[in-house]
Ligand binder design. Structure first.
Ligand code: G3I
Length: 475
């Protein structure tokens, strides 16, 4: 079939603008971190109930990341419903923030890390007490077993039934159950002080294996199950996690991966903690257990939020990423940064992230890009890149597909085979659709009538559902 020029029927009346080349997809000007690291692992971030309502943040996510973790929205204090819960049927809910995040990820094929089911923190005290009452006596382990099983079962059922197309590719089943000295947390009600009601009920960490047993039973087969913790590089804690938590679970086939939270500190740059070497030792130890590794909550603070330490922060991010790449190798499947912009971080005063409060890329971002030679960059667009059930598996052409479309000189080039039907949608930065096309491989679409500006282009091939989205700037 010969190439055709299709003139775009655009939904609004617009002045013609001078045609200026605007390359997209896989080219350095517009590649995101997910593309830079596509041949290594997923590069993710978080959304919360606020950032998910920001068009600007959503655009950053679409461009940069191919994994999203809801920051707080799937935690027990937001999902367990007190009223009507029984030992055998714990009521669960998704709040507006969770719904918005999961819908955005489902609509855009962005794989999600669930966070988290069993945690001493952000879990209501009444969940551990008779009649789900704040004044009730602490329940027995047998009762807590039932509640935990029901909670885990109902959470997976709620998410999968509400978002059937969502790629829930990983879940933090148990979070932060190890003490710094290596062992269970102290029993007690003071979660803020580090005490655990799980240990209060069970007297030890035996609830961990139960949690993973239930998660294995009820999680989708494609959802990888993780133990997740911080200070995971401190020797006593690291070795306890490795030898007494992850290793036995792995031997029983109950766990798939270790989540290294990685809340790090550059400090002034001369004495970052942990050192990259210490961090690398932890990566090696977890890798040797034969489990996957996800870096789940990466951030690295500078003292006093002093921007003169940003070059040191950039070097530290580079050094840490080097350890992840070199020591982790194929075991590392995802690296998730705990926030997008500094001002959104839980540690915002010490500016730990890759974008500043104005949304500009920091030196740390640029160092992470420079670390991977451009010849090694790939297509990290969602879906694809190592998810347990990549949609790409159903694609007839090679999974790491060449771009479905490119945009040049205000012309969209459809790159698929000539008999492929491709639907294309262009939206402005507020998400309003400005043009739609049903077209074929080999076609060209002229975008002369659209005003200059930034747009999102969403291209989908009908035969297999392969889809890619990217930003495009028309000049
Ligand atoms: O939602 C309430 C809001 O109604 C209230 O007005 C406001 C007043 O302070 O608080 C809001 O809740 C806050 C919540 O984040 C949502 O913004 C809590 O105070 C605040 O403590 C909570 O912080 C979260 C923290 O977990 C709680 O432990 C952070 O956002 C979140 O980034 C952080 O994430 C954890 C990971 O889950 C596990 N690893 C450590 C990491 C950092 O603590």
């Amino acid at each position: 079939m010969g190439k055709r020029i299709v003139s775009a029927a655009v939904s609004a009346v617009m002045a013609c603008c001078a045609a200026v080349i605007s390359p997209v997809f896989g080219q350095s000007a517009t590649a995101g971190l997910k593309d830079v690291y596509a041949n290594h692992f997923r590069l993710g971030s978080i959304l919360n109930g606020s950032t998910v309502n920001s068009a600007a943040m959503k655009q950053v996510v679409l461009k940069e990341f191919n994994s999203i973790t809801p920051e707080n929205e799937l935690k027990p204090d937001q999902t367990i419903v007190q009223s009507g819960s029984t030992n055998d049927n714990v009521k669960v809910q998704l709040g507006n923030g969770a719904k918005a995040i999961l819908k955005f990820c489902e609509d855009n094929n962005i794989p999600v890390r669930g966070h988290t089911l069993v945690w001493h923190s952000q879990t209501p005290g009444w969940f551990f007490r008779e009649n789900f009452s704040a004044n009730g006596a602490v329940v027995t382990p047998a009762v807590m077993d039932k509640r935990m099983e029901s909670y885990i079962k109902n959470m997976f059922a709620l998410i999968t039934s509400s978002y059937p197309k969502l790629k829930l590719y990983a879940y933090d089943v148990v979070n932060e159950a190890a003490s710094e000295s290596g062992g269970p947390r102290t029993a007690g009600t003071d979660a803020g002080g580090g005490q655990s009601m799980w240990v209060q009920v069970y007297k030890d960490n035996s609830f961990i294996e139960k949690a993973f047993t239930y998660a294995r039973k009820y999680a989708p087969a494609t959802t990888k199950l993780f133990y997740n913790d911080y200070n995971e590089y401190i020797q006593a804690k690291r070795d306890y996690i490795a030898n007494s938590i992850v290793k036995p679970l792995k031997q029983k086939g109950l766990i798939d991966g270790m989540g290294m939270q990685s809340h790090l500190d550059v400090r002034t740059g001369s004495d970052p903690y942990p050192s990259a070497a210490l961090y690398g030792q932890a990566v090696t130890i977890y890798k040797n257990l034969g489990v996957e590794i996800h870096v789940t909550e990466l951030d690295a603070t500078v003292n006093d939020g002093n921007e003169s330490y940003f070059p040191a922060q950039a070097t530290y991010y580079k050094n840490i990423m080097n350890e992840i790449l070199s020591k982790g190798g194929d075991a590392v499947k995802a690296v998730v940064v705990w926030g997008i912009q500094d001002d959104q971080s839980w540690r915002k005063a010490r500016k730990p992230l890759l974008f500043n409060a104005s949304g500009q890329k920091k030196a740390a971002y640029n160092e992470l890009v420079k670390l991977i030679p451009e010849s090694n960059w790939g297509d990290g667009n969602n879906p694809g890149g190592g998810s347990p059930t990549p949609i790409a598996a159903s694609v007839k052409s090679p999974a790491r597909i060449t771009p479905l479309v490119t945009v040049r000189d205000r012309t969209v080039n459809i790159l698929s085979t000539a008999d492929a039907k491709v639907s294309i949608k262009l939206a402005d930065m507020r998400g309003k659709t400005v043009a739609t096309f049903n077209t074929h491989g080999g076609d060209k679409l002229s975008l002369q009538k659209l005003p200059a500006g930034a747009y999102m282009i969403d291209a989908k091939r009908t035969q297999d559902g392969y889809r890619m989205t990217s930003s495009v700037i028309l000049r």
